[in-house]
Write a protein that binds this ligand. Sequence first.
Ligand code: FO1
Length: 321
Amino acid sequence: MHIVVLTGGIGGARFLAGVRAYARETGDEVTAVVNVGDDVIMHGLRICPDLDSVMYTLGGGADPERGWGRVGETWTVKNELAAYGAEPSWFGLGDKDIATHLVRTTMLNAGYPLSAVTEALCARWQPGVRLLPATDDRLETHVVVDVPAAGDDDGGQRAIHFQEWWVRYRGDVPTHRFVFVGAEAAKPAAGVLDALASADVVLVAPSNPVVSIAPILAVPGLREALTTGRAPVIGVSPIIGDAPVRGMADRCLAVLDVPCTAAGVGGLYGARSTGGILDGWLVDTTDARTTVPDLTVRAAPLWMTDEAATVAMVRAALELA
Ligand code: FO1
């Protein structure tokens, strides 16, 4: 069986660890289609936070406490940059992590597409699943906010990169909308449409629906491949009770006026039969009463406390499929 997972962020990375453990038992093949909307160029280096979260987590090199970057990290370069007054000072790159960005940026500058660069980086980390960026093209999530630009005192709206919105302002600024810059012209990365065509099931990881999954679906052709494909599409709720398992989904959903509940996110994805993407929606047992129009909803424990609990989640999602 071929399992394709749409994913982004640390929640998606941990879910994938469960998918990989499940697939090791069954001999199934796993492909992860990963969000690139968080990608950013800082200090001349191309940083891919979601691809790296998955690669480091599955490769055993992630910092479990911080949730991003490398375990046992040191910060000499960050401190040196600060000594030069080099901006952005609000974004920290660890020394070990920088090696990844240097290799990636060098390969991209030499003309390799991001999908090929990711494959090359994974030769070291051996994540045990195939990692594909959603697109090889530039697609960046920007956020329209009320933060005045330097020297601009009219308090007008401006668009800032998602990383500035989240890391610098912690999402705590008047926010109007998210924009996926470059999405209209983006094409699915090499391998993505083939993966979806050969999928026996597609899982939507418990990732942020607004800034992790929506940018993947914004790539023209990708959503269509999903909704017209033969594989059932099962979503796993990133919300338990009325709070995200981790991260900033509550702030993002509020911008869209979508309730931060399993029903709210299930409704946002929508049923495939009525123009949405899902055939089934897996929610936590505390949300067992959730209903979403035209969608089959099942409940299972969704706290990814350890790998065994995550494997049980994956099994429940596949049973629903
Ligand atoms: N998150 C932070 O809160 N502060 C940082 O300085 C920061 C740096 C950083 C560098 C590389 C990387 O891959 C991720 C990094 N993150 C940092 C995490 C990142 O901002 C977000 O959590 C994700 O983009 C959301 O999935």
